[in-house]
Design a protein. Structure first.
Length: 255
């Protein structure tokens, strides 16, 4: 079995992390999310890594949570969420530039990971969606913190309410991605090369200041943990999982 996260370092100082479960559009299985967190922490500390590029293998960037693991033990679900919170913290505090190459679908937590990057390049076929509520869940992986750096609270709430799927062009117009390129990975690595000229210590200090002085990330993650714990145990979430497996529309009751 292939490694869930592929790590490729260049001599120039650019490191690429590839989410590597293409058959499932890089859904965040326990193994994949755990290995991603380990890789983020390792590259943050690695002196040979000066810029990080994150992308997905195959046709998708990241399909979000692993639905096959949902609707089971809520205690395990809480533990899986804690790993996603570790990823959000690691990306927010990552002391080097992070570029996301969104080569395909980025849904749910996959969209959160993309939005956590400092620069987002999308392929024309990319699609982004805040699909949490379709599964009876609240936005997680720091989604509400990350998206408010790029758009208004009202627009963020409408995205969550509608669970709409945005095209690359719509996401660019909304400011959720920074550029569109036919070859998103090549464009992302070109952008990464341009960041090699940035003074590392000054950038790290500025990024840390922006991420920490508002004090909101930890507040959002704490709220996520409380709300998502309730959602994991809700009839709506169990119905959403059952409907997905049975290939039908869910019937939500709000209880």
């Amino acid at each position: 079995m292939s490694a869930p996260i592929l790590v490729a370092r260049s001599d120039s100082g650019i490191t690429r992390l590839t989410l590597n479960d293409p058959e499932r559009r890089n859904a965040l299985s326990l193994e994949l999310r755990s290995d991603l967190l380990v890789a983020l922490r390792a590259e943050a500390a690695a002196p040979e890594t000066r810029v990080l590029v994150i992308t997905g293998a195959g046709a998708g960037f990241c399909a979000g949570g692993d639905i096959s693991a949902m609707g089971q033990d809520p205690v395990r679900a809480d533990a899986r969420l804690a790993i996603l919170h570790g990823i959000a913290r690691a990306m927010a505090a990552f002391p080097k530039p992070v570029v996301a190459a969104v080569n395909g679908a980025a849904f749910g937590a996959g969209m959160s990971i993309a939005l956590m990057a400092d620069h987002v390049v999308a392929a024309p076929r990319a699609r982004l969606g805040a699909s949490f509520t379709r599964m009876g869940l609240v936005p997680d992986t720091g989604f509400l913190w990350a998206i408010q750096r790029r758009t208004t609270q009202a627009r963020a709430l409408r995205m969550v309410l509608s669970a709409e799927v945005l095209t690359a062009e719509s996401a660019l117009a909304e400011g959720l991605v920074d550029e569109i390129a036919e070859d998103a990975l090549t464009a992302a690595e070109d952008r990464a090369r341009s960041y090699l000229a940035v003074a590392p210590l000054a950038f790290a200090a500025a990024k840390s200041a922006l991420a920490s002085t508002d004090g909101l990330l930890e507040a959002y993650l704490a709220r996520e943990a409380n709300d998502q714990a309730r959602m994991f145990r809700s009839a709506d979430h169990l119905e959403a999982v059952a409907a997905f497996r049975e290939k039908r529309d869910p019937s939500f009751r709000g209880a």
